[in-house]
Design a binder for this molecule. Structure first.
Ligand code: PLP
Length: 391
């Protein structure tokens, strides 16, 4: 039996090799930058060149950025903890709450769950979050202090928020608790498969226009650009919040790893080099995504209750199934050697209320494995749906 693991959205070895020259670059670099020896302590906010690179990726001015370690999730954890501690000190008897746009990213939910925050699930629309419904929640419940968003090639449905959705998101903080903050995780900001991908409107200028810039935190990293376990991550905040958060980071560490920041900044120093590098990723990823959607089109078109997303970038496809069948498809596909992300993982507390969603992560296995796995998944869906209809 051919075994294919599609549980996580990891870059493949071929993708990692695109950044191998960056590693070789490391040994030859002059470690003194702007009078700072990157090998030594200091420069808590990160090197200017790294802040410029991450600001360019995230769509945030470099002055608003902090460049930190390899994981943007760490920054999300720290910033949500920072908010929740503040909320609890002022409201010791209230449970803090958070909006989860669903289906969403399981690790986001893990962070808020670990901090004892109650998650409110709001189903995504095709254009982005259901801002009308969220505004209603915020107006009635002043203990909602945050919201998870993946605005570009979202994990897992692949949607990019429309300009209108970005503007409406930027307006939401004006409807809620004074601490309500949007966590704008731009993890797939520049991860387009080609020119057909729609651009994302940068949220910070919109927030500045609507007076909500203190209530937005933008995140990004190079995890899916260079090395998932050895990249650099950043957070973009209003100047006032940046100063406050730097004081918090100062308690945690003397400085981030600036040697990695320098390598990244130098690797992408040439204008256009970052964009060319992302074309390299797209050339590897696009055929894998096409293999999945081609198999689904050939084998699942017209099947009642079955549909899937066709993203123009990012790392995931969402497969929607008739109510009550996702767990069966997951189980049967696993018995046939194809392991998917657990059903329910794209929802708070790991529970998909309709048991209808599966996340497909085609990046890591080889193209031949993906072609095989897609057919196995499609065959399994056909069988499970046929069984249900004959029941
Ligand atoms: C939406 C999203 N955010 C963040 C991450 C992880 O980011 P990092 O490696 O910077 O911690 C992922 C990884 O899959 C992701 O899909």
């Amino acid at each position: 039996m051919i075994k294919v693991d599609m549980t996580r959205g990891k870059p493949s070895e071929q993708q990692l090799s695109l950044s191998a020259p960056m590693e070789r670059l490391g040994a030859d670099l002059n470690p003194i930058v702007d009078g700072i020896d990157v090998r030594n302590y200091g420069c808590l906010e990160g090197l200017a060149s790294a802040r410029k690179l991450l600001g360019h990726v995230a769509g945030v001015p470099m002055d608003n950025m902090i460049a930190w370690g390899n994981s943007s999730l760490t920054l999300m954890y720290l910033y949500s903890r920072f908010l929740v501690d503040e909320f609890r000190s002022k409201n010791p008897n209230l449970t803090p709450k958070w909006i989860a746009n669903t289906p969403g990213y399981d690790r986001h939910f893990t962070i808020t769950e670990a901090l004892g925050i109650e998650l409110i699930s709001v189903p995504m629309t095709a254009d982005g979050p259901d801002t009308q419904r969220i505004a209603g929640i915020l107006e009635h419940d002043k203990s909602v202090i945050g919201m998870w968003c993946v605005p570009k090639h979202s994990n897992p449905c692949g949607a990019t928020y429309s300009n209108e959705a970005v503007r409406e998101c930027a307006a939401l903080p004006n409807r809620g608790n004074e601490r309500f903050t949007i966590f704008w995780d731009n993890a797939y900001a520049i991860h387009d498969f080609g020119p057909e991908a729609s651009p994302l409107l940068p949220i910070m200028p919109e927030a500045a226009r609507q007076g909500s810039e203190d209530r937005i935190a933008v995140f990004c990293s190079t995890s899916k650009i260079t090395f998932a376990g050895g990249g650099i991550g950043g957070i973009g905040l209003s100047m006032q919040n940046r100063e406050r958060f730097l004081k918090h980071l100062n308690v945690l560490s003397i400085c981030p790893d600036k040697t990695s920041q320098l390598k990244h900044a130098r690797f992408f120093e040439e204008p256009g080099s970052l964009e060319a590098h992302m074309v390299g990723h797209a050339e590897i990823l696009k055929p894998k995504f096409r293999a999945v959607t081609t198999a689904f089109e050939d084998m699942l078109s017209g099947l009642p209750g079955v549909s899937w997303s066709t993203p123009t970038g990012g790392y995931f496809i969402s497969l929607y199934l008739p109510t009550g069948t996702a767990s069966q498809v997951y189980q049967k596909a696993a018995e046939r050697g194809v392991v998917l992300t657990k059903p329910g993982s794209a929802f708070p507390y790991g529970i998909d209320p309709n048991d209808e969603h599966l996340r497909i992560a085609p990046s890591y296995p080889s193209l031949a494995e993906i072609e095989h796995a897609s057919r196995v998944i499609a065959e399994t869906v056909r069988e499970v749906v046929a069984d249900c209809r004959s029941d």
